[in-house]
Design a protein around this ligand. Structure first.
Ligand SMILES: Cc1ncc(C[n+]2csc(CCOP(=O)(O)OP(=O)(O)O)c2C)c(N)n1
Ligand SMILES: [Mg+2]
Length: 711
């Protein structure tokens, strides 16, 4: 097997071997770390280093797929020792020392196996099951992260927030009541707006006195791949932040790291406030295996980092304290190498995922029986129906939280959440700061903590600036954790056009393409009040039972609509309280000339068009999809077959819009009848009556229907 064959010599390896015999021991007798813990931490550091070396050997042998390592950062092991193994941790990809040290605190752990199984993409890797190499383990309370730097900070904010909120609500929590959230990240990542926003939100909460037990650990190696962080920038940005106490430690001195990290963690735990722990590290072995560091760093700079190798720092402490001789240090180093390489040999042939079904198993949507219908609801508008359903959900699930901009005191821009804060209290229904990324981060953290978050994004256009939190974080967590971590949520988003020209593009956004291609999420798009209420309950029930992430698109223009055909006919008020199973469409009429397939505002336009066409002798049926994902394909095919002619009336854009999916589903199923579509233009939506030039109209539907039937 190739794993044990010698690969390229790493300077970090040869430098350590050459330096130990020359070590100048430091006197470390009266330091913080006890002897046993110091030895144990050294073992974790060694394990982390040899995992990095092994990953490169596996790569060189063509059987490893990941070479970003932790070399130079291994003193983060002392951060793990300073917190508890039950403290939820969201780790930087260089927090290998932390991961190994935490595993020593949990009996039965096999962290060397965990990491190397990840490197070879083996199905028996404990968190992602071969889908990714990531630090994550349910028993270790390590929540896996994506590769998107800084994207985990909003979730960390949400976890810390939830630690306070669950105890206040007295609902079951995924974490102990006195836990703190730990979140590590790099120095370049600090500049990312996601990090800046989440840290700001943490301070914003702390400033108001909300519990926010969050230990932020910046592992500062001075580089982001090849780009230098300006020297002094991290302390410049964080050393004097009023609501964020700053602690700093030198990563070459394990004892100091443990001392400082212990004080930082104690502060967070006892005060329930956020802290910034600045851990100075070096980066050894380049950014990743493929990185030719010499192309952007001089030899002297690289050599300086080698001198600051944290393993050498710990060796100095051990020798100085008389715990190990230099020879014993080298023996331990080599013994760990042998141990890790044996594991590398063992995992090298492990099976990888072998079919699309296997890969996708964690994101398969198993549909539940719908939530039981409530008897109330008849005579309500869409806004009132949603309000009542939210009230039902909050009453049914004590772990449910409703939050967003303006949802609480004002009751929503359109009054949809009116009265709910009064009814359920400010701990469960609350206004947030104006940052969609942090709103979704709160939801992500609340979801993994045992709560049922119902966040609101005020307008569809404002989902886009935070969309990675949904697409990259919420949707992927079950995939990269095989469902061991789940972030259930019902994300309410007000959207679509037709607000009589009011508001312009950003209040009439009709683009859903960015949602339609996210694997595993549900997209609910109710049009009628009875459906809206029932579908919201279905989304909540799915979230509770399966951790489902649903986006609930609310049609603003229909919120307060009462009538359908004529003023005063009250044809848009709720008429029943039937269940709406996930992915089930609803059919209106039983004509045999044409099927109009639609959703949202398109339903109202289509029903009005259908009545006029019926007066001209055409027999129509209108199918309201109700769910844009999963698309109700069986219902679609049944209703298409009933007439042999399908017109898709789609208020979203021609490109990336829903009709693309509908037409494709018909083609894929071999539908051999006629198909046409009307959709909104590939345009932004202008102000005033000009909006009507780009949004699909009732007249267009009528014309297209006539043409399809008679043509
Ligand atoms: C949002 C995002 N942009 C770009 C990248 C590519 N990338 C991966 S690591 C990295 C540098 C990160 O530097 P730092 O935060 O200092 O962490 P370090 O690797 O130095 O530990 C970049 C740009 C990414 N993963 N995510
Ligand atoms: Mg860095």
């Amino acid at each position: 097997m190739a794993a044990a064959e010698s690969g390229p010599v790493e300077p970090a390896d040869s430098h350590f071997l050459a330096s130990v015999p020359e070590l100048a021991a430091v006197d470390s007798a009266d330091r913080m770390l006890g002897d046993d813990l110091l030895l144990q931490l050294f073992d974790s550091q060694l394990g982390s280093r040899h995992l990095d070396l092994a990953a490169r050997r596996l790569r060189a042998g063509g059987i490893g797929y990941y070479t970003i390592g932790s070399a130079g950062h291994e003193s983060n092991a002392a951060v793990a020792a300073a917190v508890r193994p039950t403290d939820p941790a969201l780790l930087h990809y260089r927090s290998g020392g932390f991961y190994l040290q935490r595993a020593t605190q949990v009996p039965g752990s096999r962290p060397l196996h965990d990491v190397l199984l990840g490197v070879v993409a083996a199905t028996d890797e404990p968190i992602a099951g071969g889908r990714h190499k990531v630090f994550g383990h349910h028993e270790l309370a390590v929540i896996p992260q994506t590769s998107t730097i800084a994207s985990h900070l909003p979730r960390a904010l949400g976890v810390a927030f939830s630690l306070g909120r669950v105890s206040k609500l007295g609902v079951p929590s995924a974490w102990p009541a006195d836990a703190i959230a730990v979140c590590s990240f790099g120095d370049a990542s600090v500049n990312h707006s996601t990090a800046a926003g989440a840290i700001n939100a943490a301070c914003h909460a702390a400033y108001q006195g909300f519990p926010m037990p969050l230990l932020l650990v910046c592992e500062d190696n001075g580089l982001g791949i090849s780009v230098r962080t300006p020297p002094g920038w991290v302390e410049r940005s964080y050393a004097d932040r009023v609501d964020l106490p700053y602690f700093v430690a030198d990563g070459t001195d394990l004892d100091q790291v443990y001392d400082v990290a212990s004080r930082a963690a104690a502060y967070v735990r006892s005060r329930r406030k956020p802290v910034f722990l600045h851990l100075r590290t070096v980066r050894l072995m380049g950014h990743a295996g493929s990185d030719v560091e010499a192309s952007y760093r001089g030899p002297a700079e690289i050599a300086d980092d080698l001198e600051r190798d944290p393993l050498l720092g710990t060796a100095r402490l051990l020798v100085g304290r008389g715990l190990l001789t230099k020879d014993e240090v080298l023996e331990r180093y080599e013994a760990k190498r042998a141990e890790v390489m044996a594991v590398a040999d063992e995992v090298a042939g492990r099976p990888q995922l072998s079919s699309a079904a296997e890969v996708m198993a964690p994101i398969r949507l198993d549909r539940l029986r719908p939530a039981p219908a409530q008897s109330r609801g008849v005579g309500l508008t869409v806004a009132q129906g949603i309000n009542q359903a939210l009230s039902d959900v909050l009453a049914t699930y004590p772990q449910a939280l409703l939050f967003g901009e303006d949802v609480a005191r004002k009751g929503g821009v359109y009054g949809v959440t009116r009265g709910l804060q009064k009814q359920f209290g400010a701990a469960r229904v609350f206004d947030t700061l104006l940052d969609e990324q942090s709103i979704l981060g709160l939801a992500l953290g609340a979801g993994v903590s045992g709560l049922l978050p119902i966040p609101e994004i005020q307008y569809l256009a404002y989902l886009h600036n935070a969309e990675d939190q949904l697409r990259g974080e919420a949707a992927t967590l079950p995939f990269f954790s095989q469902g061991r971590y789940r972030n259930p949520m019902v994300l309410r988003v007000a959207g679509y056009g037709y607000q009589k020209g009011f508001g312009g593009h950003f209040h009439n956004d009709n683009a859903v393409g960015v949602l339609r291609d996210i694997p595993g999420i549900v997209i609910a798009s109710p049009a009628r009040p009875d459906d809206a209420a029932a579908m919201l309950r279905t989304c909540a029930a799915q979230a509770i039972a399966q951790g489902t992430v649903s986006v609930f698109l609310e049609p603003i223009a229909l919120y307060h609509q009462r009538d359908l055909h004529e003023p005063g006919d009250e044809g848009w008020l709720a008429t029943d309280a039937a269940d709406v199973p996930l992915g089930s469409a609803r059919t209106y009429g039983d004509g045999t000339d044409l099927t109009i397939v639609t959703f949202g505002n398109g339903l109202r336009l289509s029903l009005r068009a259908a009545r006029r066409l019926e007066q001209r002798g055409l027999g129509l049926r209108v199918l309201d999809l109700r769910w844009l994902a999963p698309l109700p394909v069986d219902d679609l095919l049944r209703e298409a077959a009933a007439t042999g002619k399908v017109l898709v009336a789609d208020e979203t854009r021609r490109t990336g819009g829903v009709s693309e999916g509908v037409v494709t589903a018909l083609v894929d199923a071999g539908f051999d009848g006629r198909i046409a579509r009307v959709a909104s233009e590939d345009s932004f939506v202008p102000l005033g009556d000009a909006a009507l030039h780009v949004l699909v109209s009732q007249q267009q539907i009528e014309d297209a229907a006539e043409a399809l039937v008679r043509g």
